[in-house]
Design a protein around this ligand. Structure first.
Ligand SMILES: Cc1cc2nc3c(=O)[nH]c(=O)nc-3n(C[C@H](O)[C@H](O)[C@H](O)COP(=O)(O)OP(=O)(O)OC[C@H]3O[C@@H](n4cnc5c(N)ncnc54)[C@H](O)[C@@H]3O)c2cc1C
Length: 411
């Protein structure tokens, strides 16, 4: 039976970084990365930004060029789906009938886009944005498209809306909750982005319930809302979250449900099996120790390094501060920390200038910042989040005062 010392399942952000980190740490054993997409690992964020907009080629979003993997003796097994894990035999089975044994396994499979459950969810012209293939399909159809309905007002839906407006498409964005970005940000930021999108011509509607997708000859023609209105659509983009791709691992006996549960070293409950990135549920200190999954490049990369260190005998817990970014129109949002459970916000600057920050506090401590075109606040605010600083609110609200000058700690 063919075997590799480390097998990484998932050739995305986490999987690529795990292989890179192993070699950087001096690991000389054999490594295989198995991915079910046909491409070498590439960056996913540009799929709803520069790549979708045509501003970056695919080659420019590859995480590393092909030669990099060959030089470091990392075997890339692409277009290969892992369907089963035998944790006792330490053996993987593939959809194509192949098998591979592992010494250690890193599960880095991300997630699959959540689908609508109503009728019409799988019609032609209904798209998700998760893979290069998804974006190529949309690009192919776009020349014949006049109006796009985007379902979901999260980052991906909003970024797609911004790109489509750039292309001159009519865009209707439907959000079920009473504000966009409700899962990840406070109301100030939601209202700001709603206003920006409307100012750019997006018909953005909140508190809207989708009843079904309408069709003609198997292709989408519109979205029917509760109440009966049909919003015309030549294309529908669904951005309503992901379901972690963990079935084979859970079937093998790993603990978890919404993701595979891992400890602070990214170890699952199965021997020599690690999980990282979007699919890994972990206790996060920036969420008061709650078990959560983070969907960000930072988390995938930092957990990859944590797992690689553990495999090379260097146990270092995962404690990195979460950060994230989003580009929409000329707005660069950078967030640090997790705003979950905030009880107060402080605005730094004036949102009308399109350069401002929202500071989130809990029990008087800074827990997160959302910085719009305010890179200094983002860079300097990280320390406040890491130390859960307690700061006089008036000082915090004074945008003329650099965050690095504000009193630190006391927690
Ligand atoms: C459109 C879009 C925009 C984003 N924008 C941002 C952003 O601006 N900033 C940010 O921080 N994050 C952003 N993200 C999130 C970020 O891309 C993810 O958090 C990151 O890719 C997670 O890395 P991962 O390795 O966990 O999963 P992925 O990068 O998704 O990689 C997992 C890989 O595993 C494959 N796979 C799954 N199951 C199997 C199997 N059984 N066998 C073999 N292969 C399998 C998947 O097909 C995929 O190729 C964005 C995501 C998307 C989709």
């Amino acid at each position: 039976m063919d075997k590799r010392d480390v097998v990484i399942v998932g050739a995305g952000h986490g999987g690529a970084q795990a292989a890179i980190a192993l070699r950087q740490l001096g690991f000389v054993g054999s490594i295989a990365v198995i991915g079910n997409e046909p491409e070498l690992p590439y960056e996913r964020p540009p799929l709803s930004k520069e790549y979708f907009a045509g501003d970056k080629t695919f080659e420019r979003i590859l995480i590393r060029p092909a030669a990099f993997w060959a030089e470091r003796h990392v075997d890339m097994l692409l277009s290969t789906e892992v369907t089963a894990v035998d944790a006792k035999a330490k053996r993987l089975s593939f959809a194509n009938g192949g098998r591979l044994d592992y010494g250690a396994l890193i599960w880095a499979t991300g997630g699959t886009p959540r689908k609508l459950t109503c009728s019409g969810h799988d019609l032609k012209g209904v798209h998700a944005v998760r893979t290069r293939a998804d974006v190529l399909k949309m690009m192919d159809e776009l020349p014949a498209v006049t109006q796009v309905v985007i379902i979901g007002g999260g980052y991906i839906g909003l970024e797609a809306a911004a790109v489509l407006r750039k292309f001159g498409k009519r865009v209707v964005l439907l959000e079920a909750l009473d504000r966009v970005l409700a899962r990840v940000a406070g109301p100030e930021l939601s209202r700001f982005y709603e206003a920006e999108h409307r100012a750019h011509g997006v018909d953005l509607r909140t508190s809207v319930r989708v009843e079904c997708i309408e069709e003609k000859d198997g292709r989408v023609t519109g979205v029917r809302l509760a109440g009966g209105e049909i919003v015309t659509a030549d294309m529908v983009i669904v951005g309503i979250g992901i379901i972690p791709a963990v079935e084979p691992l859970i079937a093998a006996g790993a603990q978890g449900s919404n993701g595979v549960t891992v400890d602070e070293f990214c170890r699952t409950s199965l021997p020599d099996v690690y999980a990282i990135g979007d699919c890994a549920a972990h206790a996060n200190g920036f969420a008061d120790g709650a078990t959560i999954r983070l969907e960000s490049v930072q988390n995938a990369n930092d957990q990859a390094t944590t797992a690689a260190k553990a495999i090379t005998g260097n146990l270092e817990p995962y404690t990195a501060a979460p950060w994230f970014w989003s580009n929409q129109y000329a707005l660069k949002l950078q967030t640090v920390g997790l705003s979950i459970g905030f009880d107060r916000t402080v605005l730094r600057g004036d949102s009308a200038t399109r350069s401002f920050s929202v500071v989130y506090l809990k029990n008087g401590h800074v827990i997160a910042l959302d910085c719009v075109n305010a890179v200094k606040d983002y860079v300097q605010g990280k320390k406040l989040v890491e130390t859960r600083a307690e700061i006089d609110l008036k000082l915090l609200a004074d945008a003329a005062k650099p965050l690095k000058e504000l009193t630190l700690p006391a927690s």
